[in-house]
Design a protein around this ligand. Structure first.
Ligand code: HEM
Length: 449
């Protein structure tokens, strides 16, 4: 199905303008249109830089896996440097990245993830209790809003020790606004320098100061306890005094905290899964039957999660239908070749996973929500599904994200059924990590016990 990679089609003139116009509205749709119209590998020049976008599986394999040392994260995160510095787990490359990844790896080790489960159960229960009141009003409410802050709440408790709700909310608000501003700057062709006191720049500076002050206070108030308990914050603080291969400077520590907090707050996958389940009563009924059979009225423990097979299939299908990290971007450090297409050093290579996830050659009827596709994981070609990326830079939180997604969906369906507000069609907000505009408004009905 893949065949030898051909030379790239070059997008120029009005075709390029059309692509950029579409990008401004909906990035995922723009990449899908471009590849459907012009082929599997496409080259173009943007803002003085060379870009190649490829969905040729042999090329994807080369960039993300076989020759990944030759590809850094490039300049894609430059606009985010005021937020998280230059060197951090997400943006750096080579030895610096490996040093950071080693420091946090233990927190995400499969053997450690069971420590998250009591927090997931406790906070999900509290959220679902609070929904009971909302369901009695007979009005619809934005289902995803509560879920979004729930995940932040769980991760902050685990990483820092218990933080007051006001700090968690404040942090979430700051991170959303900051990434919106930085993300918007990353996509515009002409940028004003940040030192110009435009209203947005002044606000950006003020928000950055607020974030620094909040993190400094958390470190001050929770640092000692974190080190005693060796939670994630404790491990990073300890790494400040570690031997060189594990060390982390104070600046790097703050940058990594921001990266991890953002990953925690900006994971809108569940918003999309809840939306597609709201559109698919058949899948919702199957989930309810499975939850009843596996859990009855019990909360899901770690050993239950693999048995919630259909819930997991729905979560995967939600991530396929809408990819929240839709473009994996790299920059070549030295010349390379993707099939017949030469890559010069400095070229940005884009792997649009959102296009692969909807490729009709890989996924028949790609626009339909069909969780059954994931019934036999062995039948899924390895590079056709990568919501968490692939290769050495694959998401460090992927197993944890699957864990809380499965548990939260199961617990929600254990207590409630829901119907979407009539006429609601979720559209992405086209931001850094696109979440469904309107936050999935739904009517909840408690299930008869
Ligand atoms: C469903 C939720 C999530 C999705 C879809 C997701 C997706 C991704 C993707 C696609 C990447 C790779 C980016 C690339 O290759 O350029 C990534 C990296 C990363 N993710 Fe996630 N993520 C999720 C949840 C999380 C969570 C919960 C955490 C932490 C608790 C996390 C932490 C990270 C970190 C630190 C990286 C950088 C890893 C590295 O470069 O070594 N993510 N994520």
């Amino acid at each position: 199905m893949t065949g030898p990679a051909r030379a790239a089609f070059r997008l120029e003139g009005w075709r390029k303008l059309e692509f950029l116009r579409r990008m401004a509205g909906n990035a995922q749709a723009a990449f899908r249109w471009m590849h459907a119209t012009y082929g599997k590998t496409i080259a173009m020049h943007i803002r003085g830089g060379e870009y190649v976008s490829t969905i040729e599986l042999s090329s994807v394999q080369r960039v993300l896996k076989d020759n990944h040392q030759n590809y850094s994260k490039g300049t894609q995160y430059t606009e985010f440097e005021p937020l998280w510095g230059k060197e951090n787990l997400l943006a750096s490359h080579g030895n610096v990245w490996a040093r950071h990844r080693r420091v946090v790896a233990a927190e995400f080790h499969p053997g450690h993830l069971a420590h998250y489960q009591p927090l997931i159960i406790h906070h999900t229960r509290a959220l679902l209790d609070s929904y009971a009141q909302g369901s009695r009003t007979g009005k619809s409410f934005p289902l995803y809003d509560g879920v979004r802050s729930l995940i932040t709440r769980i991760l902050c408790d685990k990483w820092f020790g218990v933080l007051p709700d006001s700090d968690v909310q404040h942090m979430g608000g700051l991170l959303t606004e900051l990434t919106d501003i930085a993300g918007a700057r990353a996509f515009v062709p002409i940028k004003l320098p940040l030192w110009l006191p435009t209203p947005t720049h002044v606000r950006y500076r003020r928000l950055l100061d607020e974030l620094q002050a909040l993190l400094a206070r958390i470190l001050h108030e929770h640092g000692a306890e974190a080190q005693a308990r060796m939670n994630l914050l404790g491990q990073m603080l300890a790494a400040q005094n570690a031997e060189p291969q594990h060390a982390m400077t104070g600046q790097e520590l703050l940058g990594n905290l921001v990266v991890l907090l953002l990953a925690a707050y900006e994971t809108p996958t569940l918003g999309w899964t809840l939306y597609f389940l709201g559109k698919s009563p058949h899948a919702a009924e199957r989930i309810q039957a499975e939850v009843q059979q596996v859990l009855g009225e019990r909360a899901p423990e770690m050993e239950d999660l693999p048995r919630l097979r259909y819930v997991r299939m729905c979560v995967d299908e939600g991530m396929r239908m809408f990819t929240v990290s839709p473009l994996l971007i790299r920059q070549a450090l030295a010349p390379d070749a993707l099939g017949a297409h030469p890559i010069e050093a400095g070229t940005h290579v884009v792997v649009p996973s959102c296009v692969l996830h909807q490729d009709p050659e890989l996924w028949p009827q790609p626009h339909e929500f069909q969780p059954e596709r994931f019934a036999d994981p062995a039948s899924i070609p390895p590079l056709s599904f990568m919501p968490f990326g692939k290769g050495a830079r694959e998401c460090i939180g992927s197993a944890l994200a699957r864990q809380f997604s499965t548990a939260i969906v199961a617990m929600l369906f254990q207590r409630y059924t829901y119907t979407l507000e009539p006429g609601y069609e979720a559209r992405p907000n086209n931001k850094f990590t696109p979440y469904p505009l309107g936050s999935v408004p739904a009517y909840l009905q408690p299930r008869a016990a």
